[in-house]
Design a protein around this ligand. Sequence first.
Ligand SMILES: *[C@@H]1O[C@H](CO)[C@@H](O)[C@H](O)[C@H]1NC(C)=O
Ligand SMILES: *[C@@H]1O[C@H](CO)[C@@H](O)[C@H](O)[C@H]1NC(C)=O
Ligand SMILES: *[C@@H]1O[C@H](CO)[C@@H](O)[C@H](O)[C@H]1NC(C)=O
Ligand SMILES: *[C@@H]1O[C@H](CO)[C@@H](O)[C@H](O)[C@H]1NC(C)=O
Length: 401
Amino acid sequence: MNKLLCCALVFLDLSIKWTTQETFPPKYLHYDPETSRQLMCDKCPPGTFLKQHCTARRKTVCAPCPDHYYTDTWHSSDECLYCTPVCKELQYVKQECSRTHNRVCECEEGRYLELEFCLKHRSCPPGFGVLQVGTPERNTVCKRCPDGFFSNETSSKAPCRKHTNCSAFGLLLTQKGNSTHDNICSGSSESTQKCGIDVTLCEEAFFRFAVPTKFTPNWLSILVDSLPGTKVNAESIERIKRRHSSQEQTFQLLKLWKHQNKDQDMVKKIIQDIDLCESSVQRHIGHANLTFEQLRRLMESLPGKKVTTEDIEKTVKACKSSEQILKLLSLWRIKNGDQDTLKGLMHALKHLKTYHFPKTVTQSLKKIIRFLHSFTMYRLYQKLFLEMIGNQVQSVKISCL
Ligand SMILES: *[C@@H]1O[C@H](CO)[C@@H](O)[C@H](O)[C@H]1NC(C)=O
Ligand SMILES: *[C@@H]1O[C@H](CO)[C@@H](O)[C@H](O)[C@H]1NC(C)=O
Ligand SMILES: *[C@@H]1O[C@H](CO)[C@@H](O)[C@H](O)[C@H]1NC(C)=O
Ligand SMILES: *[C@@H]1O[C@H](CO)[C@@H](O)[C@H](O)[C@H]1NC(C)=O
């Protein structure tokens, strides 16, 4: 009996190989007791079970699987298989049981099947990034971040990231990164140079009274001669003349002079006051975070030649949000030759009313105008400055005597 079954199985096995290669529908060998012959019967298709073997006169009879049972291959079994009744813990039903398909269970999001359990996907620690994201069947694959890359987080999703290229942003590399830390770029010198607010609102306010109402060709030289301390050299003056419009020349000259004499007591005081002024301006406007559209509106509402959309785009890229308005105002001033930024700003504020411009920003701008216009401050600087120039003139006179 056992031997017979064994032989039948070998036969069956051979027949499967033979039938799957050669025929459709696939066949199986069946011993027909009526005729005492081996018959080739059709197998039953998925979704059915074998009800009656074929005979010499009749084909195989198959019947549909009952509810909760399935077969998913061509076969010659007289039973369907019972569908998996419930999914495991932490699994959900991906596909319900049907006659042709067992119920498919899958681990929940973020887990994969290991033996019988849905385990959490591995998180890659700092210094390692995700090479292959985990699937319901497979754990996350991590890899150590290679040179030039880093990962500073524990994550099952994040790949290694490239170190920030400081020079590409016009910044200086101050600390080289490693596998767990990004490069650190210095924001200060290079970045402000890149944003490049050359003459600030405060410097403009302070230097403005030195701008003559009528420009004469030798005005700049007269101013240079009047200034105490180290003189700005002729080359620099020529360069300033070449590059800047008349009002701007005064600002640039005073800025250069201020820089060259920054260790002199008189100038130290001026620098201190300008610094104070600037931190006050920053306090008022530094938090304003305007959208591109709002910056465009603000520039649109200034009189005279307009700062272009392209300039605004560049400014937004190069400058921190706290510097953007100030940079755009300085661009406007340079574009408009001898205009007074504060006057332009006052004009703009009147027109901004028609736009839905953030009230906090317009109020901040008004405060800045008031602050910079404050009579006392103006007088203070004027006095300081005239004193300096006066002393100089006197000392010139004395030395001439
Ligand atoms: C990771 O580095 C990025 C880029 O340098 C930084 O923005 C982020 O705050 C860092 N995250 C942590 C958790 O340190
Ligand atoms: C950084 O950017 C600069 C300019 O875009 C480029 O020349 C340089 O090769 C970059 N460096 C790295 C390490 O990618
Ligand atoms: C990476 O650099 C940081 C400081 O930038 C340091 O604290 C850390 O130990 C370094 N890690 C490795 C693996 O060298
Ligand atoms: C400015 O606003 C934008 C969106 O309007 C935001 O993405 C950004 O983080 C803000 N920046 C600052 C410094 O508040």
